[in-house]
Ligand binder design. Structure first.
Ligand code: SF4
Length: 448
């Protein structure tokens, strides 16, 4: 069933705000004790005392139960604005509500629709973060998700003069993201392993470990060791979100440890070469590309596929189509199923959104994407969802005016764009003007 038909004939017959992710999927940050349904809605707190008695409440929070009630009754939870913005573009735009529901059995979606909203639900897919340790400090990340970002703020102080950043991403070290010291007992982590041991290892179809950089967390290896020590006890597929920016020896350790386990690797990137290195501070393009290809070349690697997660921001558009061509090349070499991509449109921090760009630059990117899509529409190595992601980005660049409902003042966004990258250059030893020459004139114009 194609995506649009699935939306109309399955989801919308339940309600036109229904999304299976609210029941069967969660992202949980154990370092901060927060969760959300997918990565779009804002995170909210998990009751620390409640999970000591019932670890299922790591997922089944009061907030999610209210959202489920709203979805069953056809109301749109405000936190899911990302999807409503895409759907309100018209043009039969496919939001993540469809992609993130389509992975579940239709019978399970109907079951969710019938289940009382305050009932605890067993997860089918879970993204878990143990802590924020990471050797990268990407421009669109912040100290809540990266210990290297924390060091930047600790050593250099807050970024100055940002006026649109209502969430204060770049003004403090986000110590609430890491409530417990290393070595100290964390009740959220304890609850996760208790839930894993009793139920999760049986109900979960996919467990995706994120970070920080998860390969730098001891808990990641603890979990992988559980799989090794309990062969055949769990059918859960394992996935890792890794920046793949480390020495090969760590990746080799991962591959060796995961023998006999279905492993998917998700890795972020959205631009080519030094532009990618500018956006994702800490990335070495050659190392990343070498690691990706070595994993795919590895005959005994337990890796089913490498998934490129592209965070679509204002800067990556300069080389996005070249990057997509690079992925096409890998797809041709290694196969349709072994290399995949998704285009996820950045909303926070809003001043890095593609929508800060002036109309003529956005149109230049949009036309290049249209040409790319027309050239590749019948390319057999592309999935339907990949074509749809490119199409929805084209529509987004054309139709959507503001990154999200709180970010509508373009002058404030432009102020922050310039001020942020000016300070980012000084702190990280980078040079915006050299790296993005086609943006230079516009960049100068917003510097005053
Ligand atoms: S943001 Fe979209 S995909 Fe995520 S839970 Fe809400 S409706 Fe589902």
């Amino acid at each position: 069933m194609d995506d649009l038909t699935f939306c109309r004939e399955v989801l919308d017959t339940i309600s036109d705000s229904f999304c299976g992710a609210k029941w069967y999927n969660a992202t949980i940050w154990l370092g901060s004790g927060q969760t959300t349904s997918c990565h779009h809605p804002p995170a909210h707190a998990i009751d620390i005392e409640a999970v000591k008695l019932n670890p299922k409440l790591l997922h089944n929070t009061a907030q999610k139960k209210q959202d489920r009630r709203d979805m069953q009754e056809g109301r749109r939870p405000a936190g899911c604005e990302y999807c409503w913005k895409i759907e309100d573009m018209g043009r039969d735009a496919i939001s993540d509500r469809i992609y993130k529901s389509k992975i579940y059995e239709i019978v399970d979606l109907h079951q969710a629709a019938r289940t009382p909203p305050d009932q605890d639900i067993d997860l089918q897919t879970l993204e878990i973060s143990f802590d924020r340790t990471c050797q990268f400090a990407c421009s669109y990340c912040n100290p809540a998700f990266s210990s290297t970002w924390t060091k930047d703020i600790r050593n250099n102080g807050p970024y100055q003069g940002l006026v649109s950043d209502g969430r204060n991403h770049f003004t403090h070290t986000h110590d609430s993201a890491q409530l417990f010291r290393f070595g100290e007992s964390n009740p959220y982590v304890d609850a996760f392993f208790a839930w894993w041991e009793t139920d999760l290892h049986r109900t979960l179809e996919e467990l995706r470990i994120t970070g920080g950089e998860p390969l730098m967390s001891g808990h990641t290896w603890q979990l992988i060791n559980w799989f090794r020590a309990n062969p055949g006890r769990s059918k859960t597929r394992l996935a890792i979100n890794s920046n793949l920016g480390m020495d090969w020896s760590t990746i080799q350790r991962l591959l060796d440890s995961c023998q006999g386990i279905d492993l998917d690797i998700y890795t972020s990137n959205e631009a080519m070469g030094s532009q990618a290195e500018y956006i994702r501070d800490g990335l070495d393009w050659q190392t990343w590309n070498h690691n990706v290809q070595k994993i795919l070349d590895h005959e005994d690697a337990p890796v089913r596929a490498i998934h490129s997660m592209c965070t679509i921001n204002a800067l990556c558009l300069e080389s996005l189509t070249e990057y997509l061509d690079h992925l096409l090349l890998l797809k041709r070499i290694y196969g349709l199923e072994r290399v995949n991509f998704t285009l996820n449109i950045l909303r926070f921090p809003s001043f890095q959104s593609p929508l800060v760009l002036p109309r003529e630059i956005r149109d230049r990117h949009r036309i290049r994407l249209i040409t790319w899509l027309e050239t590749n529409r019948d390319n057999p190595v592309l999935h339907e969802h990949e074509l749809n992601h490119v199409q929805r980005l084209i529509d987004y660049l054309d139709v959507v005016r503001t990154p999200h409902s709180e970010a509508f003042d373009q002058l404030r966004l432009l102020n922050d764009f310039y001020r942020f990258y000016d300070q980012y250059d000084q702190r990280r030893g980078k040079d915006f003007r050299t790296e993005f020459p086609r943006l230079q004139e516009w960049y100068e114009s917003i510097s005053v």
